[in-house]
Ligand binder design. Structure first.
Ligand code: CTP
Ligand code: MG
Length: 187
């Protein structure tokens, strides 16, 4: 496998982690996940984390993932382009999508504990919380899948590509969201 292919395959496999956050911006609204409750005087998560965002975001990640599995199946029924089999592939895309928004909630939880208001900037945390959430969950449930695709040998390049590409994609998507009036700030 040449190096460009390795780099791009990491982005492909992680697409179900990249989609839920922008989708949550579109579907979000209504009651917050923490139901307005506080912990030690500060909101647990804040008004930026809603049930509709969570459900819509996970559904979007799953929908895209299922389409990806179908495309991959038609070209590579043996390995589904790295998703291995229908059942494991479905498990992996679910864990990536859900982990993404779990990580996002973890990021907000930490921001609130640090006294950072909803929507205010938290460099690194804002860019990487969802990726860390997906990786932690997939390492718990599908460790060998993660190791084989993102760690061993030249595959480490997939992980490095993700670490470089994610803040750039985050920035682009947020500027688009801001211009569309979906986000009040451009970060
Ligand atoms: N969103 C949502 N539900 C989620 C995640 C996101 O409704 N589970 C929506 C909210 O409208 C949120 C927007 O997506 O304002 C952008 O998400 P994000 O930048 O993660 O939230 P912030 O509003 O910046 O809040 P925080 O400071 O907690 O990150
Ligand atoms: Mg934000």
């Amino acid at each position: 496998m040449d190096l460009l292919h390795v780099a791009l395959s990491g982005l492909w496999l992680m697409l179900p982690s990249l989609i839920p956050n922008p989708a949550a911006v579109i579907f979000g609204g209504g009651p917050p996940i923490d139901f307005g409750k506080s912990f030690r005087g500060k909101r647990i998560l804040g008004d930026g984390k809603t049930w509709l965002g969570l459900i819509g975001g996970v559904s979007a990640g799953l929908s895209l993932g299922i389409i990806m599995l179908m495309i991959a199946f038609s070209f590579d029924p043996q390995d589904l382009w790295g998703f291995e089999s229908c059942s494991r592939g479905f498990g992996i895309i679910f864990v990536l999508s859900f982990g993404s928004l779990l990580g996002d909630m973890g990021g907000s939880f930490i921001k609130r504990r640090l006294g950072i208001e909803r929507g205010a900037k938290a460099p690194v945390l804002d860019q990487y919380d969802f990726l860390v959430g997906s990786i932690v969950l997939v390492v718990i449930f599908y460790p060998d899948w993660f190791i084989n695709n993102f760690i061993v040998g030249e595959r480490i390049l997939s992980l490095i590509t993700l670490i470089i590409a994610v803040p750039i994609l985050h920035r682009i998507v947020n500027i688009i969201g801001y211009k569309l009036g979906k986000k009040s700030v451009s970060w």
